[in-house]
Write a new protein. Structure first.
Length: 378
């Protein structure tokens, strides 16, 4: 009754976990900031609705927002203008539009393992074949260039990158970005760079892929930057000829993005104060999580340099599903690492989108569980 592609595509493991959580659980599974959007952003959204901006707008977004976004990217590429920017109905929609606009049936697309849950399914929905490249803990979750070279075939058409990364929190240094660009150029690959966490960094700023190649699509979103996940609003930045093609697909997915949401986020671009406050709190929580996880026997962690996730590895002979399930029974929601790919096995993803007291409580429950495993054997 349904198409083959529908039968093959799965709902992400993250959502499954939430759906079976007992009430009152401590939630370290959230993939969204536990903050409200800045006041001026909420105000601008409400004002837009009240003032009658409740109608369809241009498919690629309202000109004022596209101009403001283009301005942000001009230090990376001075020629960036409105035509390079397409406002989307979220980063997720931007990723889907990019997949449908770029991947041909039978193409191979290099996707990170572990990596965000949409990259491989989107490639499959476009008829392409996702090919995983490794981000290993031992390498600080940076790509292995020898492996990338081995994985490229004449059918490889695109490389998906995500820095800062969900789930690992790794931020690619500039030297790695340079090497990835050179690698993609050498093999004629289009880079799809998911930069939705670019503002959420702790030590060194993230290096954008914009302005480094003619074959690049930047996927970005206001979801994390302005804590507006429920508004579903994001954007793509691409070279002009590619932007025209992306906009066709985007139009066929959703006609146009929400008009009042665009007016809300436009107000948010005037100041970065709200985002900076949020990042300061995330950094304090990151430090807390790193310190507390460091004391748990059987767990190790590469300190995340960005995003708001810790991706510890455990040494117990259990699947990440079983460990996350056991922790769920004790009242703490975590995300099993294998939801992000095979190299996520033996990992959990812990989100710092939880208050410091809840992070302490959640980590205490994890420490108790680890202590019992150490005492009684796994
Ligand atoms: C790496 C990454 N990319 C894209 C998205 C999509 O964000 P949204 O659809 O809310 O813009 C997320 C959300 O969790 C993410 O973690």
């Amino acid at each position: 009754m349904v198409a083959q592609r529908t039968r093959e595509v799965e709902i992400s493991g993250i959502r499954k976990m939430f759906e079976s959580a007992p009430p009152d659980s401590i939630n370290l599974g959230l993939g969204e900031p536990d903050f409200d959007p800045p006041e001026e952003v909420v105000e601008a959204f409400c004002r837009a609705v009240r003032e009658g901006h409740n109608h369809y707008g241009p498919s690629a977004g309202i000109p004022a927002l596209r101009d403001k976004l283009a301005e942000r990217y001009r230090d990376r590429e001075p020629g960036t203008g409105r035509e390079n920017v397409i406002v989307t109905g979220s980063g997720s929609e931007g990723l889907m539009a990019a997949a449908l606009a770029l991947y041909n049936p039978g193409d191979e697309v290099l996707v990170p393992n572990p990596g965000f849950v949409l990259y491989a399914p989107h490639a499959r929905l476009a008829g392409a074949v996702p090919v995983s490249y490794s981000l290993k803990e031992a390498d600080g979750y940076l790509p292995d260039f020898a492996e990338l070279e081995r994985l490229v075939t004449p059918r490889t058409s695109a490389l998906v990158v995500n820095s800062p990364s969900n789930p690992t929190g790794a931020v690619f240094p500039k030297s790695v970005v340079d090497r990835l660009v050179a690698f993609a150029d050498r093999h004629g690959l289009t880079i799809v760079s998911d930069e939705v966490y670019e503002e959420i960094v702790y030590e060194t700023p993230a290096t954008s892929f914009w302005g480094r190649s003619d074959r690049v699509v930047i996927v970005n979103s206001f979801s994390k930057m302005l804590a507006t996940t429920g508004w579903r609003i994001g954007f793509l930045v691409a070279p002009r000829p590619l932007a025209i093609e992306l906009n066709k697909i985007h139009y066929h997915i959703m006609a146009c993005p929400s008009t009042p949401a665009q007016m809300g986020v436009l107000a948010g671009l005037a100041s970065t104060a709200g985002t900076r406050r949020m990042v300061r709190e995330f950094r304090a929580r990151r430090d807390l999580v790193v310190r507390l996880l460091g004391k748990i026997p059987g767990m190790s962690l590469v300190s995340p340099g960005g995003a708001f996730y810790a991706f510890p590895r455990f040494a117990w002979p259990h699947s990440s599903q079983d460990v996350a399930g056991a922790l769920l029974g004790r009242g703490v929601i975590t995300t099993p690492g294998n939801a992000f790919g095979s190299l996520g096995a033996a990992h959990l993803r812990l989100s710092f989108a939880a208050s410091r007291p809840n992070l302490r409580r959640g980590l205490r429950l994890i420490a108790d569980y680890a202590g019992e495993l150490a005492e009684n054997g796994p």
